[in-house]
Design a protein around this ligand. Structure first.
Ligand code: C5P
Length: 227
């Protein structure tokens, strides 16, 4: 990948990167943890910027690190950096407000999915361009899934053939994402969940194993191996 990529397409990508990453152990904001010498966020933005459809990238950084994050990303691509909020949803809303009016397709992509291939960004963007209001990348669930009660006793085994694990980037027609954020009251862990609540049909496309979410120290070790 070249050092500096000028973003140029018709798609805006929001990258919420303001989480503290407690589950990764002590050591500062998760998006700034190092993976082979570069922060996770740098890996993520490099790959997003390499997708030909992308014309705008807005990162939501921890409020006290906005200038630092902007200087970190400046050599990679033309990126707008805003202060994130107390929840992921608030961080996405802050980033969405900074997207220029010309962009009708908006993707939301977690910095924690640092190794997501540019091809997945393209697949999601194409599906939105093709007419879907909301698009998510998914993988089949490989484990058997059981529902348990509060004490951990199994209530039932869920039919996994109808289950999917959901990744990012999640893609939206801009008006759908704006409405979803305006209407959302509860804190949601993903943006498609808010669109579902509005009654919007959410389309799925095949996800990628490389788009794993780096949440725990084990995931960081897997990501090192993948690199
Ligand atoms: O906490 P979780 O792993 O679900 O966070 C997913 C993504 O949302 C991460 O990239 C994280 O940095 C971001 N986030 C954020 N603002 C918050 C909490 C999480 O931008 N307040």
């Amino acid at each position: 990948m070249t050092a500096h990529l000028n973003v140029r397409g018709d798609v805006a990508v929001l990258v919420p990167a303001a989480g503290m990453g407690i589950r990764l152990g002590p050591g500062g904001p998760k998006a700034l943890r190092l993976l082979r010498g570069d922060p996770l966020l740098v890996h993520a933005v490099r790959r997003v910027a390499a997708a030909p459809s992308v014309g705008c990238i807005v990162v939501a950084a921890p409020a006290d690190s906005v200038d630092f994050v902007a200087s970190l990303l400046a050599p990679i691509a033309d990126v707008t950096v805003v202060a994130g909020g107390a929840t992921r949803q608030a961080s996405v809303s802050a980033a969405l407000a900074a997207v220029p009016a010309a962009f009708d397709i908006v993707l939301v992509h977690d910095a924690a999915r640092a190794l997501t291939p540019p091809e997945l960004v393209e697949t999601v963007a194409s599906a939105v361009r093709g007419g879907h209001g909301a698009v998510i990348p998914v993988l089949p669930v490989v484990d058997t899934i059981k529902q348990v009660d509060i004490s951990g006793v199994v209530l039932t085994t869920v039919d996994r053939s109808a289950l999917r694990a959901v990744q990012t980037p999640q893609g939206f027609r801009r008006d759908v994402l704006v409405k979803a954020h305006e209407a959302a009251i509860d804190d949601h862990t993903d943006d498609a969940g808010m669109a579902e609540k509005l009654g919007v049909e959410v389309h799925t496309v095949p996800g990628s194993e490389a788009a794993l979410k780096i949440t725990r120290p084990f995931d960081l070790a897997v990501a090192e191996l993948l690199l």
